[in-house]
Ligand binder design. Sequence first.
Ligand code: UDX
Length: 436
Amino acid sequence: MKIAMVGSGYVGLVSGACFADFGHDVVCIDKDQSKIDRLHEGVMPIYEPGLDKLVESNVAAGRLSFTTDLAEGIKDASAIFIAVGTPSRRGDGHADLTFVYQVAKEVGESLSNDAVVVTKSTVPVGTGDEVERILADSGTSHKVSVVSNPEFLREGAAIGDFKRPDRIVIGAEDDFGRDVMREVYRPLFLNESPILFVNRRTSELIKYAANAFLATKITFINEMADLCERVGANVQDVSRGIGMDNRIGSKFLHAGPGYGGSCFPKDTLALLKTSEDYDSPTRIVEAVVKVNDTRKRAMGRKVLDALGGADNARGKKAALLGLTFKPNTDDMRDSPAIAIAQTLTDAGVEVAAYDPEGMEIAAPLMPEVKMCSDPYEAINDADAVAIVTEWDAFRALDLNRVKEIAKGHIMVDLRNIYNPDDMRDAGFEYSSIGRV
Ligand code: UDX
């Protein structure tokens, strides 16, 4: 089966490469010529473990190709995926659908065969209806079915998530759409990955509901962590204690500095806009968004407190280990590190940082922060060390070396990767999240 993937960003490229690996014939399309040129040279536009190898082997096998020519790329494709960005619209938090609608129009104008048009981009409820209208207005004489098929890929684990999904959600309105999508996902069907067929609006909402629920779960445990600190409880044990209840589940109960990334912040805001538009408030999600925003700055204040309070912090030095919103990505979008660095530099703290992948993107976002070539350079002479992202590289720091080269022995572990007793025994003034 031939598949066209319009948009060769994170979602499009991972999905395209995985579909090719299943044996489909895939063309990834993007209007950014330099991105396509680099892909032809085997250079990935994003950092995702295993993606370069997957692309390379499928290009070599002749199943994966890249082009800027949409009309040529979609020719003979049975399924045309729209996987372009839907950033938050400036000002009101609405998902910006300009790119999605532009692609729909171009697809309609260039279509040369019957096809299913699939929105993979995260789009608000009702977008599929509008895509359908745009395609109809384009005057195409070919049979088209518009389907919603949201992605649930985690950055850093996207290939595994694609190949072994918990579920595949397909929102289709007719048999043509359902049949083609069944064929697209047949390799996974054989793997016994559950496929859920629902109507299109339901599918669109499932994506937002899933992300809002996960964001809620994280925010819930983060507030429990604060409470644990006050009452002398241990949040990791609370997570275990509640997570063993199958109705709750153990995942996404890891307390930290607040969620970031390209999905949760944007999708929760977009869901709030939809709720407002339909006059059906989602007050829990409203609270989640507010609590999470406040938390990121509060984490900066936590580091200031460890340094003796905002009034005593001026001129002191802090090392930030990890800048990306989570490990195994170079993504800095809505990373708590941005607010933490800002809070520290605002208080006159000199900040040095190290991140295995994120520094190039982070540097312009935090111009006052000195980027270092390894963790120890950042720690050198620091009064306090703060672990902001749980990269593996920070799990086994040479603690003797840290104590030797740092000025102070303060460590603020915002990801709970060390054991409090061990750290105190090792001579650190150690604080973490929700543990005393
Ligand atoms: C998320 C969803 O998991 C994915 O299904 C969706 O399609 C896109 O958004 P992603 O943003 O890549 O994926 O990262 P994820 O691993 O879900 O983490 C999101 C944020 O939550 C990170 O900042 C992470 O540090 C934080 N988090 C996650 C916690 O603080 N605690 C947890 O227990 C889990």
